[in-house]
Design a protein around this ligand. Structure first.
Ligand code: FAD
Length: 391
């Protein structure tokens, strides 16, 4: 009865499932193009759970943002990125320089190409600006009907129902839309894990970690795993623009095979794993992990999409996918968000230009598949060369 009463209440041309980077960026672009859209997000709010810290945005990702956002918002994005780090270095656990170990995708990404480092929460807040009335929080996708033609009918966990001409699944690596339409297409657990966190740069921490770690990107090669450390120093752009203030911090991530990172430690918590992995390292690196708040750490399995299994199983109807929902990839390449932002730009451009909404979705998918396959490959190559000692 409740569902029937709700039926037909909410209608939109484009229903976007997920208010992550991809979903919000798409909503910005569609709104600018005058295309009616609504974003449905499972979480209760933008900040209801920690979702990570530093995002390296390359020229492609920045170009996609420039295409999707109104110029003042794009300008705000650039102003709120961390102060560009002047140099990158490749070192061992004693902070001694290492040569010949840098994965190509990292070395080219890090050296003077103008990559930007965004704080993820700040970027999401910017992506919400001006479209807050189009984002419905607390709405977890449950089921989709009408995938073969005509309009789509979407049911949410609380019983609400909406209709849309096109459903865009932007619900991330564990996509519930993908699970329904392509249960065979879960991304592969590649056997690696990523442990990441941040260390807030209080004066005491600055003194303990030293100037070098704060002066640029450091890539640390250990025996069969690697770490990346990025200084995130801000100039207060977020505060002056009314965004949530962000303290300066060092972002860090350790990545490697599960057997190498977790094998010796059984069921240890992320903070213990980080401390033990850095046990014999230089005291400045040990201080970095010791001074991090365990609540700021997370441990994730690395998963990678198998496009051959996903394509073209969702058919020709009013549904399409973008971002991690369709092309999850190892974070070792630092490409996932960039590819996702480009998805949003390409899909919005197709929807603006082609009158048939399904034809526009199919055009976008053809381009996205090639681009995503390349990025997955580059991320795998990057990961393999990082763990070269054991893989
Ligand atoms: C440690 C780490 C570091 C990374 N660093 C980089 C980097 O430096 N550069 C880079 O390019 N990429 C990076 N990535 C990858 C990047 O984070 C992802 O590729 C990107 O977030 C994908 O965006 P998305 O919009 O597809 O998914 P997400 O950002 O994950 O958003 C999905 C949204 O969908 C919502 N959702 C989920 N289920 C439902 C449901 N049933 N109903 C409604 N809503 C739902 C979620 O709550 C979420 O808000 C990194 C990833 C990790 C793990």
């Amino acid at each position: 009865m409740v569902a029937e009463m709700m039926d037909d209440m909410d209608e939109t041309r484009v229903a976007i499932i997920g208010a992550g980077l991809g979903g919000l960026c798409l909503a910005q672009a569609l709104t600018r193009a005058g295309i009616d859209c609504v974003v449905y997000e499972r979480d209760a709010g933008l900040d209801s759970r920690a979702q990570g810290y530093r995002l390296r945005i390359d020229a492609d990702g920045a170009g996609a943002l420039a295409q999707c956002l109104a110029p003042p918002l794009y300008d705000l994005f650039r102003r709120t990125c961390a102060v560009p780090a002047p140099r990158s270095r490749f070192v061992d656990g004693q902070l001694a320089p290492m040569t010949g170990r840098a994965p190509e995708v990292w070395s080219t990404a890090n050296e003077g190409t103008g990559d930007l480092c965004a704080h993820r929460q700040t970027l999401r807040e910017i992506l919400m600006r001006g479209i807050a009335d189009k984002v419905r929080f607390g709405m977890a996708f449950q089921a989709l009907e009408g995938t073969t033609g005509g309009r789509a009918r979407v049911t949410f966990a609380d019983g609400q129902v909406i209709h849309a001409d096109l459903v865009v699944a932007a619900d991330g690596v564990n996509s519930a839309v993908r699970r329904q339409l392509m249960p065979q297409a879960d991304p592969l657990d590649v056997g690696a894990v990523c442990l990441y966190g941040r260390t807030i740069l209080t004066p005491a921490v600055r003194a303990a970690v030293g100037d070098d770690l704060c002066g640029g990107t450091s890539v640390v090669f250990a025996d069969g795993y690697a770490g990346i450390i990025d200084p995130m120093l801000f100039e207060g752009g977020a505060v002056s623009a009314g965004l949530t203030p962000v303290a300066d911090y060092l972002y860090w991530a350790l990545i490697g095979p599960r057997t190498r990172l977790l094998g010796p430690f059984g069921r240890a918590m992320p903070d213990e794993v980080a401390w033990r992995l850095a046990d014999g390292w230089d005291p400045r690196l040990r201080a970095l992990f010791r001074q991090a708040d365990p609540r700021d750490m997370a441990l994730l399995p690395v998963r990678s999409a198998r496009l051959a299994r996903t394509w073209p199983h969702w058919g020709s109807g009013p549904v399409t996918f973008l971002g991690d929902a369709i092309h999850a990839m190892s974070p070792a390449g630092g490409l996932g968000a960039n590819v996702t932002l480009r998805d949003a730009a390409v899909l919005a451009a197709s929807l603006s230009r082609i009158p048939s909404i399904t034809a526009a979705a199919r055009e976008y998918e053809a381009e996205m598949r090639t681009r995503a396959a390349r990025a997955i490959h580059l991320s795998e190559v990057g990961a393999a060369s990082l763990f070269a000692d054991v893989f």
